[in-house]
Design a protein around this ligand. Structure first.
Ligand code: HEM
Length: 185
C-alpha cells in the first residue's frame, strides 16, 4: 500500500469511526489496518450473509470470524461473554446517554442476543438467534453520539473484566462497520 493510499484510508477511518480514534496504545497505522480489515471482512460477510426474513438485503448481524477463536478465549469464552453482558447492561442503564434506549427494552433478551452475537463473531460454537441490526434499531433515532457512547460503555465493561486491550480492539473492529445499520439519524 503506498503512502497516499494509506493516508486516504486513515482519513476515511478518522471520519467514519471517531469512537475508536481515542484508543490509546495503538498506532494510527495499526488502527487503520484493523479498520480496513474489518471493512473488507464485513463486506465479505455481507455477501455471504444468509437472507433475512424481513430484509433480504440486510447485512449479516453476526458474521463469523473463525480466526478470532483465540480472542474468544481472552473474553473467557461464552461464559465470560455472559458475565460481560451483565456489566455492559448495568453500564448502559447507568449512563444518561444510553439509559433512555435500554430502560424499557427487554434487557434479558438483549443481553442474551449480544452474548450470542459476540460469540459467533469471535468464532465460537454458538448460534445467533436475534434479529438483523437494521430492524432491531429501526425507529430508535440512534445517532453517532449514541453509538459512540455505547462503544465507550462497552470498553469500560471490557476493562472491568480484564479483557486484554488487543482482544478488545479485535471485537470493536468487527462491530464498527455495524454503525451503518444501527445509526439512523
Ligand atoms: C455495534 C453496535 C451495536 C450492536 C452490535 C447491537 C446489537 C444489538 C442486538 C444483538 C440486539 C438484540 C436484537 C434482538 O432483539 O433480536 C440489540 C437490540 C437493541 N439495541 Fe443494539 N446494538 C448496537 C448499537 C446500539 C446502540 C448505539 C443503541 C442505542 C444507544 C442500541 C440500542 C438497542 C436497543 C434499545 C435494543 C432493544 C430493541 C428492542 O427490544 O426492540 N444498540 N442490539
Amino acid at each position: 500500500m503506498n503512502s497516499l493510499t494509506r493516508l486516504v484510508f486513515a482519513l476515511l477511518i478518522a471520519a467514519a469511526a471517531p469512537a475508536f480514534a481515542q484508543q490509546p496504545a495503538i498506532s494510527p497505522e495499526e488502527q487503520a489496518i484493523l479498520d480496513e480489515e474489518a471493512r473488507l471482512e464485513a463486506e465479505e460477510a455481507t455477501v455471504e450473509a444468509s437472507a433475512n426474513a424481513n430484509d433480504p438485503t440486510a447485512p449479516n448481524p453476526a458474521p463469523a470470524f473463525p480466526e478470532l477463536r483465540p480472542v474468544l478465549d481472552e473474553f473467557g469464552g461464552e461464559a465470560g461473554l455472559t458475565a460481560l453482558m451483565e456489566t455492559f447492561m448495568a453500564g448502559l442503564l447507568a449512563d444518561p446517554r444510553t439509559q433512555p434506549f435500554f430502560a424499557n427494552a427487554d434487557q434479558v433478551r438483549v443481553k442474551r442476543q449480544l452474548t450470542e452475537q459476540f460469540c459467533v463473531i469471535l468464532g465460537g460454537d454458538c448460534t445467533y438467534t436475534g434479529r438483523d441490526m437494521r430492524s432491531s434499531h429501526a425507529g430508535q433515532n440512534i445517532d453517532r453520539s449514541h453509538f459512540n457512547a455505547l462503544v465507550e460503555v462497552l470498553q469500560v465493561a471490557m476493562d472491568k473484566h480484564d479483557v486484554p486491550f488487543r482482544a478488545q480492539n479485535k471485537l470493536l473492529a468487527k462491530l464498527a462497520p455495524m454503525h451503518r445499520e444501527v445509526v439512523t439519524e
